[in-house]
Design a protein around this ligand. Structure first.
Ligand code: PEP
Ligand code: MN
Length: 255
């Protein structure tokens, strides 16, 4: 059975970025006591402009590994090149994810795929920043071709010039729905944090995704969201996450 089918909905939570050891351990302690399957934290952050917080790299991998060992929760981080893959594997990262700015670039996805040849690890593929379902599926195919068996997709919305409906990234739901139609066996998760960019709207978009039979959710969770070094406006506390999860209505399996 797929790693990603151990719960429904499958919940991935944790901060946008691993900022320091205490932050990672604090959030891991809270989430490990909840119905959360996978702890996320970026250690290499793809920022739009230079000069912003870009992550702590290898040092942060050690904090994640410590959190995994202490709290017995699997961990995931974003990888954007073969050097990231090598270090993530060295520090026991359980699941890799490919970010939207990487999925958009077939050369880069192929470099990552080549680094994963012969490696048995689950990988999550976020949609490209533009609403191109073939490009998204192509990234998945590149991983399949090197032997990655356990793959999930994450819908995090699409960039636009205007913030229509107030969303940070347009959901453009027909795009992930088409991916699900093409690949009924592929777990597809929704990332309401990056779609909305607004913590007040995470519950609403999470429920909408479940109503559309998405298989899980990735929700950015931080001990002190307003002080976050990246994506502060969309992060929520573990307590707020617990409230949102408790309020979700999970309807029947696919019809
Ligand atoms: C993230 O998950 O923090 C991130 C950078 O995501 P995306 O690739 O969806 O922008
Ligand atoms: Mn983020």
């Amino acid at each position: 059975m797929s790693f990603f089918r151990s719960a429904r909905p499958y919940i991935i939570a944790g901060p946008c970025g691993a900022e320091n050891r205490e932050q990672v351990l604090t959030v891991a302690a809270a989430l490990s006591g909840m119905n959360v399957q996978l702890l996320r934290a970026g250690v290499w952050k793809p920022r739009t402009r230079p000069g912003s917080f870009e992550g702590h790299g290898e040092a942060a991998l050690q904090w994640l590994q410590e959190a995994k060992q202490r709290y017995n929760i699997p961990i995931t981080t974003e990888v954007a090149d073969p050097a990231h893959v090598e270090l993530a594997l060295k520090y026991g990262i359980d699941v890799l994810w490919i970010g939207a700015r990487t999925t958009v670039n077939p050369f880069q996805v192929q470099h990552i795929a080549d680094a994963l040849r012969g490696v048995d690890i689950p990988v999550m593929v976020k949609n490209p920043v533009n609403p191109d379902v073939a490009l998204w599926e192509g990234a998945i195919e590149r991983l399949e071709k090197v032997g990655i068996k356990d793959i999930a997709a994450i819908h995090r919305g699409f960039s636009g010039y205007t913030a229509a409906n107030g969303y940070r990234n347009q959901p453009n739901w027909p795009v992930p729905i088409e991916l699900k139609r093409r690949r009924p066996a592929l777990p597809v998760f929704c990332d309401p944090s990056h779609i909305t960019g607004d913590r007040a709207r995470i519950a609403e978009v999470s429920q909408k995704a479940l109503d559309m039979h998405f298989d899980g959710l990735m929700i950015e969770t931080h001990p002190t969201p307003d002080a976050a070094l990246s994506d502060a406006a969309q992060q929520i506390t573990p307590a707020q996450l617990a409230t949102i999860l408790a309020g979700l209505i999970v309807r029947d399996e696919h019809t």
